[in-house]
Ligand binder design. Sequence first.
Ligand SMILES: [Zn+2]
Length: 84
Amino acid sequence: MPHKVERWNCDYCKKHYAHKGSVTQHEKKCFYNPANKSCASCIHAMFSNYTKAPGSMCEITGTAIFQELIVNCPHWKEIKWSED
Ligand SMILES: [Zn+2]
């Protein structure tokens, strides 16, 4: 029989976990958490097709991004999403 389960969602990405402690640990290092100053929340990230596909690069350093987690980047600048 199908049954409903409770999940804890990350505030920054689409990952979800069974336990609150797990999602709390994840959020601390989540690529999409602006506090980590990583590529996924940075205005300088140039996405290929707006996905995490290989080919995405940083417009400042020219290095490939999303290959590994870059945090606390000195070039990081928050994306300001317009709300319309
Ligand atoms: Zn996340």
